[in-house]
Design a protein around this ligand. Sequence first.
Ligand code: C2O
Ligand code: CU
Length: 504
Amino acid sequence: MSHLSRRSFLILSTSAAVAGLAACTSNAAAPSSPVRVAPNSPLVAAAERDRRKAGARTTSVRLDATVGEVDLGGVQVTTWTYGGELPGKEVRIQRGDVLRAHLTNNLPQPTTIHWHGLALRNDMDGVPGLTQPEVPAGANFTYEFTVPDAGTHWFHSHVGVQLDRGLYAPIIVEDPADGADYDTELVVVLDDWLDGTGRIPDTVLADLIKNGMNMGGMDHGGMPGMDHGGMPQSTLLGGDAGDVIYPHILANGRIASAPRSVTAKPGQRIRLRLVNAAADTAFRVGVPGVPMRVTHTDGFPVQPREADTVLLGMGERVDAVITVPDDTVPVLALAEGRDSYAQVIIRSGRESNPAASDSAAKQLEQLPVLAINDLKATEEVTLADRAPDVSHTLVLDGPGAKYDWTINGKPYNPDDGLPIRDGQRVRVRFENKSSMFHPMHIHGHTFQILGRNGRGPRKDTAIVLPGEALEVDFDANNPGQWLTHCHNAYHGESSMMTVLSYVQ
Ligand code: C2O
Ligand code: CU
């Protein structure tokens, strides 16, 4: 089977003749050598058929990836977005329905869309060179798939460091049972911003590679709070909090001095849907003086817990319900280790004064932070007790001299995966040997964290602190080739990626 590489297979895979060739190739293979379940495998189509329920409706959206000017709140930048909006317009759909998304690529470069958090069919997962070819500049692509699980999710470009431009938007999947414990919703999408401010993400990455360890806060010897050349430091994250300096921190596309606001009535219960869409920044989120009842992690329900603040790594989502007080309050998102924040104002009383949040942000920083990985999933989404059939250890390390980050000491190779089989219980152990935190993300599945006190929350992205290990379990029930990577956009693009590879 080795003479037909994964890459050439993908490039040729649109031709029916080649599908036949691939079938021959796998038949010819020795019975002992496992064959990858390709994105265009009949097994992927069969899994999709199983997901699709009679009577599923189709929601169609147009996503125009485009270059244009956006207003961050008095700061104009030229950037890349979906439809000229930042964040892109929210997609809303009911659990079990079908999403049909027509992407038009009006960018000067190829692109793809990844649907972060959705257990979708593998050939719609949007990973270039693994699940689909890039969509060239000027071309179109239609994503169409069943959306199986409710929750707060998001979608973004999966090419290069395009995520660190404005190519992201929330996708909210509703459950018919939603709404029992809240009256209204507020989606808050957080970001770190530099595109169009004299820098672009591609040159930032090129500089990191050129300067390797000598730049970008790679002075790993010191203690938090010491001078690290202005690079972000955080005790909570175990040291380095980021590799890139950002001039702006955004909530729903706005800087803190020109925030978005919503009007609410005192006593109303709001379900906050928090999404960290940043490339290199974790956020500590809270509402000063207002406890949050955390109800979901990465879309899946947890046994509710009260919290003053929660920490979200890049790619993570948290849902939390608050009760609106008699006064105007901000939802504050402190950029961890960066002495900067963003906010969305909930107006229920007096006019808001955005600057009033400065001292509130300082106070919020002193409050306890709920450890997301220690939450517990609700009974109905807790995996059945079962010993793992297969275990994979992913050792996270870096950066090397060329700002290379590795998994198991190797650079990313889409043809080289960690084998798993349909029906297996899979355990993944992330071991962080580096001195920086990594929010590790597995595509196409929602794992369960093996927490300090047994079975933890269901998640698709989880922070692994420096020097620590994190174990997660999932049931292999979605055949295909699934990227697994650090959701720091610069780490992922610098090779901190691997593939969980279904084989037969
Ligand atoms: Cu949001 Cu491959 O990730
Ligand atoms: Cu990382």
